[in-house]
Design a protein around this ligand. Sequence first.
Ligand SMILES: Cc1cc2nc3c(=O)[nH]c(=O)nc-3n(C[C@H](O)[C@H](O)[C@H](O)COP(=O)(O)OP(=O)(O)OC[C@H]3O[C@@H](n4cnc5c(N)ncnc54)[C@H](O)[C@@H]3O)c2cc1C
Length: 422
Amino acid sequence: MSRRVVVAGGGYAGLAAARLLLKRGCEVTVVNPHGYMTYQPLLPETAAATVHAGHVVVPLRSALPGARVLTGSLVAVDRSARVADVAAPDGTVQRLEYDDLVLALGSVTRAFPVPGLAEHAVGFRTVEEALHLGNRILGRLELAATTADPDARARALTFVFVGGGYAGVEALAELEDMVRRVLPRYDGLSVADARWVMVEAGPRILGQLPDRLARYAAAQLRERGVEIRTATSLTELTEGRAVLSDGTVIATDTVVWTAGVVANPALRSLGLPCDPAGRVVTDEFLRVGDGVWALGDCAAVPDLVGGGLCPPTAQHAVRQAARLSRNLTGRPAPYRHKDAGAVASLGLRKGVAELYGVPLRGLPAWLVHRLYHGSRLPCSKRRLLVNLIWALGARGRDPVAVTAIESPRAALRDAIHAQAAD
Ligand SMILES: Cc1cc2nc3c(=O)[nH]c(=O)nc-3n(C[C@H](O)[C@H](O)[C@H](O)COP(=O)(O)OP(=O)(O)OC[C@H]3O[C@@H](n4cnc5c(N)ncnc54)[C@H](O)[C@@H]3O)c2cc1C
């Protein structure tokens, strides 16, 4: 009888592990709260419309023929009985028996107790957030071009990003680039009217990159007019107003929160050994024990090459998936991976990268970014479409605000009210 493996989490690590385990003859059940995996490295391009949103989500059912895919969340594990409880979207719970349980629950946005954050900021980890942000910014351009109130115009054209890691810097850079391209189409607005602010609590942005490259990226953004405020944090948000730790008050309608990630808090309720950061502790073979394995952002995996623990990156997630599938079905070997480096896009034809210790800037770095991500999307149809659109110099979609998508009942409701008033 083939081995019954439950893979909890259908993101980067879970999808890659499930595919390989199927190839190795396992009976695989994947549990994920939604029916798709999101290719997060292309979310900045999705927000800026250079990549279509449908191309960065990979449907799990078509990507995993032969697997059972359950839409739900892992809510409990009984390690001694080897059963996992999965809650469906309607709250009903079903019990799954397994021989092995693979935890790939990922991470969530790191939050701090900033008053007004939940009510007035938007995060940047999901395709929905990326779509919302692109639409939001384009919608603010429409408002700014129409309003007769100069304060409302200034607020609409001010965009604040909190957190200067990869996600925040790439999102700001791609969106600034998009706005720079589309603003001339708006009557009475010019590029100089838009204000972009990057707020970073640390001493510099892109702390993961070598100092020289991070300084280059900061200089690039400053040349484009971006205000970079390091050693500064967000202390309060209210409607139309962001307050910073140095006392600065910024009138803005758009605040994006990209202050890093923490391990999925759902792990804490599963009764598994976790490190102080909340990640499940594994040995170098990716084992937690008693048939439980863990990988990706949710796991504290020893980094046998760089020392310490593996950082939460896609690069490690997919390589851990390859190691885990071999360890689970064959003779276990320790997980080892030397970081290939890092690459960040700063808008069309602009970027920064370090590849096997070689620093790259501008167009070469941007080309590496496109070649790498254009070849890594885990679906051949999407790879083809994204590369074709890029090769044609086209966009994934036209940058136009479709804000009504966030209140789909409004049109019918208005029609009903208007007719009732007749
Ligand atoms: C904007 C952005 C850009 C990035 N760019 C890069 C990059 O250029 N290079 C790089 O190496 N890394 C990058 N990363 C990081 C990379 O995306 C993550 O390291 C990677 O996704 C981790 O994979 P994972 O499978 O552990 O987590 P995820 O891909 O987040 O998958 C976790 C899955 O588990 C699901 N889940 C959550 N709770 C439960 C539950 N209770 N039960 C079942 N399923 C659950 C989630 O819904 C999700 O589908 C980026 C991240 C972001 C946000």
